[in-house]
Design a binder for this molecule. Structure first.
Ligand code: SAH
Length: 351
């Protein structure tokens, strides 16, 4: 087998030990060893017998991500450019909040969704990430924090890629990092963000863990959304909203709608009215995101002004839609949305 140990859920490791005629509690010992004691060699898991260590060594590897680049912003936001074993680059962001340390995870190398405002979409998907490659993004950062007696408390799947275009691997990743004896990221501290793959939203409604769902809505009419988000040509807004209602009925969990305010494009009061019409009655809140100016769209897209943002925000509130303006992190290091990877590829002249 000889595959990454970080690809396995506790259940799968238990099955592995049972298939070797060994007690299944060995799985917990391995999980505690690699995620809590942070061993890099099965030899160092003290409570395993010599034979079990040898067996594990034959069948699994404890792999690592190599840090290609690390940039720290003035607010402490840290962006990692990691190199995967096949040479592909991915980026992961650590954000410091009053409530803890949150990691923004990449789910694919590149992205096929082609949203017109997103730097990640300018490079097509090369491949999906395997569960262990997502686990390692969180673990590598958790290992660094552990040196200062801190830990990753929150995870958002909002890095490069569309998580619902890599559904099975992302769900497995979520189960692995949720494991109590391992990284123990609570389901309510986990958020998956999608641009709106309707069948997957419906499938996700059945997912057993209480993970949060965020929808990158950004536009409240089909006309605009078709123009900027190609996924809308496949699943129209009414289908998306139906899927959100279904998700709420099944899970009773409040949804988040993300809405990037783009100057002169979707930030007028008429746009705010369309948004209220679209989502009223849904148990949700709206996250108003300041558009991160990126070189890729220089001269084409700009963030809204503060006055227009505040007017938009007030209109939503007056109409009983809960809204917040997302606090920005790491703007001085291009921490947003695939910008670092794009920059690195450009420097290497790969795009
Ligand atoms: N594909 C998923 C997750 C990755 S994108 C999704 O679409 O939700 C994470 C979030 O960043 C999305 O809401 C996306 O629309 C937003 N985003 C992309 N480019 C941005 C930019 N330049 N400024 C602000 N937010 C951006």
């Amino acid at each position: 087998m000889n595959s990454s140990i970080y690809n396995y859920t506790k259940k799968e490791l238990e099955q592995y030990f049972i298939s070797k005629d060994l007690a299944k509690f060995r799985a917990t010992q391995v999980i505690e060893g690699i995620y809590r004691e942070k061993v890099k060699d099965f030899q160092d898991i003290s409570n395993l017998s010599k034979d079990v260590k040898a067996l594990l060594k034959d069948d699994f590897i404890i792999d690592e991500l190599s840090v290609e680049k690390k940039s720290v912003a003035s607010d402490g936001t840290t962006k990692f450019l990691f190199k995967l074993s096949d040479g592909n680059l991915i980026e992961t962001v650590l954000m410091i909040h009053p409530y803890g340390y949150s990691v923004c995870v990449t789910s694919q190398v590149g992205c096929n969704m082609g949203c017109a405002f997103c730097a990640s979409g300018t490079t097509k998907k090369i491949r999906n990430l395997e569960p262990f490659e997502m686990v390692l993004q969180v673990l590598t950062i958790d290992n660094m924090l552990a040196l200062e007696d801190k830990r990753v408390s929150h995870v958002v799947v909002m890095g490069i890629g569309e998580p619902f275009d890599n559904y099975d691997n992302v769900m497995k990743f979520v189960s692995i990092i949720n494991e109590q004896k391992g990284l123990a990221i609570g389901a309510r501290h986990l958020t998956i963000s999608t641009c709106g793959l309707v069948p997957k939203i419906i499938e996700f409604s059945e997912f057993p863990l209480q993970v949060n769902l965020a929808i990158s809505l950004h536009f409240a009419t089909d006309e605009l959304r078709d123009k900027y988000m190609p996924i809308n040509r496949k699943y129209k807004l009414h289908e998306l909203i139906e899927a959100c209602k279904y998700y709420y009925e099944k899970t009773n969990r409040r949804l988040t709608f993300e809405y990037i305010l783009l100057d002169g494009i979707n930030d007028s009061l008429a746009d705010a009215m369309d948004l209220v019409e679209l989502i009223k009655g849904l148990n949700c809140y709206v996250n108003l995101i300041p558009y991160n100016n990126s070189d890729t769209f220089k001269g084409i897209l700009r963030r809204t002004t503060e006055t227009r943002r505040d007017a938009f925000f007030d209109y939503l509130n007056k109409n009983h839609i809960n809204a917040i303006v997302r606090k920005e992190h790491g703007t001085d290091i291009d921490a947003a949305c695939g910008q670092l990877r794009v920059k690195a590829l450009k420097e290497k002249k790969e795009i």
